[in-house]
Design a protein around this ligand. Structure first.
Ligand code: CA
Ligand code: CA
Length: 579
């Protein structure tokens, strides 16, 4: 590699790297050093064109409110709890938080069965608490997004109660009803949570459709009344300061109206079938919703739970005219279950180069999926491997999602521990996903500082050593690595707006990519997915090979050249090479 570790380049790059990434500051220092105005989308950051909306380079942090912070000792997290932790969230450098459903709900699917779209469940607080949260968050440059469950309501929603009361009531057509006899559903389709997608209603003597639980009847978006009612919900939350929506289960808004039989309903996954997902009517709904959202100031955003099976499908979710979902989550990366260099290269290269310049949305964990610390960890190097997944999500182009606690390496609760977790009034039934929904681990205090009462779900026993307070003090912690990466992507032009450079690493275990500035300088990211050190010989640069400089690695080891320690991630500065 000609010019590698050139002295002048190294010095310049080292200054840039350290200036951008001082690890180990305390929360207070860091907050003071990063004025909220600088991180607010209303005040353009120095490195970004003023016209770029905030969500194009954002970090959005998902909060499962039940498990984040309890403010009143009832063992259930709440909105006031979130407000009390805003200083911490600000210390992460976030642009926005997305709170999973906190609306009134019978909790058949813990909030994803909404019985009132325009209220706050008393367990989580009040509308005044919401208003207070939005106002306090705004002071810290943090936007607050609402989780809108667009495909279905709760069977306890007044709309459904009315709809099922007769075949002729005003809301009779607000849900998906089909004729049939009690012994024979209209189709043989299977629901995503198991069992048929149809439930017989004795009063109407008809079947209603539900792609998820029977307690989650699908809304009929073809009905103009329902459509307007849901758009009013959108306006309601925007009027109350929401910065946008995470849209739940967006592929499923329409069903194939010819109601075909599935030739083999038990074969393969039951989601994203051609008859239950991604039908054209869905695009029309999202276009209409986007129009409403776009009339509001502050660039509110639609973040879609837009499961897709290919990059072409994903590109379509943005809309033919880029006028549908601003930010469809990239499940092609999100569903990766193993850090394999070849898979990473394929997925990240296509996200950066095959989305027509639209904003990719990268993540690895959420409330439905295993936590990345557990999923990718080998049992011995989990923290180092977690630094890799953090770098992948945060240093690639686009917007990154984080799931509460991933920044301290919260893991899935151990099987035996989860099995021993009691049921009770606050946890009426067990859910396999409880393992990745355990209470946030704030400190070594009893119950990890999450609650003074009995937590609805026990705190993971690892909290005594794995918590925010401990990692805040440790410059080499995963938490401070996250802060470093978020700061890099916020302040460093290469990571903020730099072009993605697909590279061949020259080493089977290493995934390599570059982020290049227009002047030819930039940063090289090397991810060693293997359990032994490996040396890259990256090729694929446009023009002359660059001159490499300062390194920053997750392990904290300086290392040398293009060699990356086992499971480590290194960021290496470069500048334009000689002709
Ligand atoms: Ca509470
Ligand atoms: Ca549907």
């Amino acid at each position: 590699m000609p010019g590698f570790m050139n002295r002048a380049g190294l010095a310049a790059a080292a200054v840039a790297l350290t200036a951008a990434a001082p690890p180990g500051q305390t929360t207070a220092t860091r907050s003071a050093a990063t004025p909220s105005a600088a991180r607010s989308g209303t005040a353009p950051a120095a490195a970004a064109p003023a016209a770029a909306p905030w969500w194009q380079h954002a970090v959005i942090y998902e909060i499962y409110p039940r498990s984040f912070q309890d403010s009143n000792g009832d063992g259930v997290g709440d909105l006031r709890g979130i407000t009390s932790r805003l200083d911490y969230l600000q210390s992460l450098g976030l642009d926005a938080i997305w709170i999973t459903p906190f609306f009134p709900s019978p909790n058949a699917d813990f909030g994803y069965d909404v019985s009132n779209y325009t209220g706050v469940d008393p367990q989580y607080g009040t509308m005044a608490d919401w208003d207070d949260l939005v106002a306090e968050a705004k002071k810290r440059g943090i936007r607050v997004m609402v989780d809108l469950v667009v495909n279905h309501s709760s069977a306890e929603h007044p709309w459904f109660k009315e709809s099922r009361s007769s075949r002729t009531n005003p809301k009779a057509d607000w849900y998906v009803w089909r004729d049939g006899t009690p012994d024979k559903p209209p189709t043989n389709w299977q629901s995503i949570f198991g069992g048929p997608t149809w439930t017989w209603d004795k009063t109407r003597r008809q079947w209603y459709y539900h792609i998820f639980l029977a307690q989650q009847p699908d809304l009929n978006w073809q009905n103009p009344g329902l459509r307007q009612a849901m758009f009013d919900v959108v306006r309601f939350w925007l009027d109350h300061g929401a910065a946008g929506f995470r849209l739940d289960a967006t592929p499923y808004l329409y069903e194939d109206q010819s109601w075909p039989q599935d030739p083999d309903p038990t074969k393969g996954p039951v989601w994203l079938k051609p008859y239950n997902a991604q039908l054209p009517g869905t695009n029309q709904v999202l276009r209409e919703m986007r129009k409403i959202v776009d009339t509001y100031p502050g660039d509110p955003v639609l973040l879609g739970e837009s499961s897709t099976l290919s990059i072409d499908q994903l590109r379509a979710v943005y809309g033919k005219n880029k006028d549908e979902i601003h930010l469809p989550m990239n499940f092609l990366v999100g569903n990766i279950d193993k850090l394999d260099a070849a898979v990473l290269k394929r997925r990240f290269d296509e996200a950066a180069t095959k989305l027509d310049g639209l904003t990719p949305v990268e993540f690895f964990s959420n409330h439905d999926q295993p936590r990345q610390w557990s999923e990718f960890g080998d049992g011995r190097h989990n923290d180092l491997i977690a630094k890799t997944s953090a770098a992948l999500a945060l240093l690639n182009p686009g917007t990154a999602l984080m799931y509460y606690g991933e920044e301290i390496g919260m893991g899935d609760m151990d099987k035996a521990e989860l099995a021993a977790a009691p049921l009770g009034p606050n946890r009426p039934q067990a859910d396999a996903r409880d393992k990745n929904r355990t209470p946030m681990q704030w400190s070594a205090a009893p119950r990890a500082g999450f609650t003074t009462g009995t937590p609805w779900l026990p705190v993971d026993s690892r909290y005594a050593t794995r918590n925010v307070a401990a990692q805040d003090r440790d410059p080499g912690s995963l938490l401070n690595w996250y802060r470093t990466l978020v700061k890099l992507r916020r302040t460093d032009p290469a990571f903020r707006t730099g072009r993605y450079v697909p590279l061949d690493s020259g080493a089977p275990a290493i995934f390599a990519f570059g982020r290049a500035n227009p002047d030819g300088s930039g940063a090289l990211v090397l991810v060693n997915t293997g359990s032994t050190p490996a040396t890259a010989t990256p090729t694929g640069w446009q023009g002359a090979a660059p001159v490499f400089g300062a390194r920053l690695c997750g392990s904290g080891q300086p290392g040398a050249g293009m060699t990356v320690a086992a499971h480590d991630t290194c960021i290496i500065r470069y500048r334009r090479g000689g002709a």
